[in-house]
Design a protein around this ligand. Sequence first.
Ligand code: GDP
Ligand code: MG
Length: 304
Amino acid sequence: MNIIEQVVKSGMVAIVGPPNAGKSTLMNSFLGQKISIVTPKPQTTRNRIAGIVNERDHQIVFLDTPGLHKSRETLNTEMVKVAMDSLLEVDLVLFLVDVSLPLPEKMKEEKREELSSYFQQIKSPAIMVLNKIDQIDRKLILPMIDAYAQLFPFKAVIPISALSGDGVEELKREILALLPMGPRLFPEDIPTDVTERFLCGEIIREKVFLLTGQEIPYSTAVLIESFKEDESKNLITIHATIVVERNSQKGIVIGKGGEKLKSIGTSARKDIEQLLGGRVLLKLWVKVHKNWSQDKRFLKEIGL
Ligand SMILES: Nc1nc2c(ncn2[C@@H]2O[C@H](COP(=O)(O)OP(=O)(O)O)[C@@H](O)[C@H]2O)c(=O)[nH]1
Ligand SMILES: [Mg+2]
């Protein structure tokens, strides 16, 4: 056994920024596998999820976080708190923005002040990451780097496309240059700090986000009621409840003749089978919990 702790480039890196900037897409891209759920809708990620990259000479623990935004709603303020708390315990911060949105000088005064207020909370070295450059004219990138560099003493401003992978390697090099040497913080063989059970709930929530419109996603939470593995049959049986806030929403999630719930279930089962590498029997229920998003005890149950 090696009694001397191996010293490598090692550290925690928080990925923060406004909703929908592509934070979860970037973390998945670094990992080369899907850990965090991704949808076109804001407020998809609700919890802090670690994605761990292990190589011979480094270990980077990325923390994917909920989007930073102003809100008075209990669920949203709890989510923002998760993101802000992540800023306190890391070696490096990646602040991600979507470049297809207005530049700082074109933003409304209020938006710009909000952005600055988040920068003020950053206590570690930070890199500004300009994401979604596949969406804009290349000529706009340089002036944009200048504009963001003036807002805060970032160590670097790096344009990328988390979706195509463009610039992600350069970003990783920059990250490694800024990380300290130290022992690995996690064992070498785990890609995340959350349980398979939690990830299954996230996959179900992703399908609800993708397959229902408008207000349903934000009013949905998923509870995994049971998770049983039968090794002799190579079958995992999962029972889960989709929790909504009102009766009318329950109807929408179930759909005509149960069609919607069925397609959510089928789509989720396929992804879960891929994640767990085995056959899965997934049973879903829909339950109404009036105003769960304002119920602090319930929010604790879903990890907030
Ligand atoms: N065109 C483009 N879309 C992206 C890129 N990165 C993320 N997206 C999309 O932006 C949406 C939000 O992404 P997500 O990772 O969930 O953002 P988050 O809320 O910051 O975690 C999804 O529809 C992604 O596919 C990118 O580099 N280019
Ligand atoms: Mg996300």
